[in-house]
Design a protein around this ligand. Sequence first.
Ligand code: SME
Length: 160
Amino acid sequence: MFDFRPDPDCPKPEAYRQLCDAADALTSGEPDAVANMANSAALLWDFLPDLNWAGFYRLVDGELVLGPFVGRPACIRIPLGSGVCGVAAAKSETQLVEDVHAFPGHIACDGDTNSELVVPVVREGQVVAVIDLDSPKKARFDHEDRAGIEKLASILSDRI
Ligand code: SME
């Protein structure tokens, strides 16, 4: 049994350290990308409060395709440059969006979402996926979340 328990009272950087350690332990030595994304999505959901969606879109034949996630069913294909995920993948740049309703072209998969953080996963200089976190709270994500998820993306870059 895996028993990675988030400590609800610890500061955010420490929570991300624990989350990244758990993701590293779960994915180390496991070659199956789907299994690694699925377990990572489960950890994100367990460790981070106030989310309504946490998961992956993979870059497949020039478009983003839905990967393992926790949350409500989501749009399956996103063109590069469209929505928050498509912009993150096209620019290979994290998108931290305090209010998704003010983001031009935001794709509303879940009407409850108000803020979003999307971090590209880069392998050998190429975007291979994005990690997408949605929250019903406005401005849920800050620079500490960005740093934590970027660290997770670097751990997963050659495991997904
Ligand atoms: N909101 C995203 C689409 C994916 S869902 O949030 C799961 C976007 O604008 O790219």
